[in-house]
Design a protein around this ligand. Sequence first.
Ligand code: UDP
Length: 231
Amino acid sequence: MTTLYEGKSKIVCAGEEPGTCIIRYKDTATAGDGAKKEELPGKGRLNAAISNKIYAYLAANGIKTHLIKVIDDVTILAKQAEIVPVEVIVRNVAAGSFSKKYGVPEGSALRNTVVEFSLKSDELHDPMINDSQITAIGAATAEELAELRAAALEINRLLTALFEKAGIRLVDFKLEFGRADGELLLCDEISPDSCRLWDMQTGDKMDKDRFRRDMGGVLEGYREVLSRLDA
Ligand code: UDP
């Protein structure tokens, strides 16, 4: 198989059918643009299972995604899309870089949902970027930005409800989209690597912050998310 791209946590190969690709989850955990890196055996399988479950739920609720089918416990077949080089971040509760940048304590409620964009670039450390900057450099058009924002808010509504049923607070998350067949599709994983997920009762973290902040129990947290979504 021809490797099209190897990222920090996934390998993408060309699929047999033109316009498709095969994406395999790896067990590698990274943080700080790859500065911190560790193998966590079983992480790929957990993230694939969680993300596949979320994708099936979103697709059933009208969200267009790149997922064609699940191949095995770490591999999916997806539509090949041209990734929009803009990460879409949605925040319901203050945490992480938002708390640091604006001096708002982690866990503070927000009066409205925050949607922000970052330029997808490891070497530039994914700088935050606004609409007029995005359109000025041609990373996306104004029409695409409007669609990304609307899709992100709808996905937030759906995911907040899904996680709430599992006793989990969806604090914030990151989405990526791609262009294929003239439309925008949700791409990349939605997993504890890309979301902040807190236990509604105890506030315990069940996401990648356990790895970023050396808290231990990383895979235990991910396993708990999967088992609650399965219940
Ligand atoms: N996030 C991500 N990939 C990135 C940056 C952020 O998946 O390259 C997710 C992160 O896990 C969190 C949300 O987006 O759920 C907001 O992250 P934040 O901007 O607070 O950055 P961080 O504190 O992770 O540096």
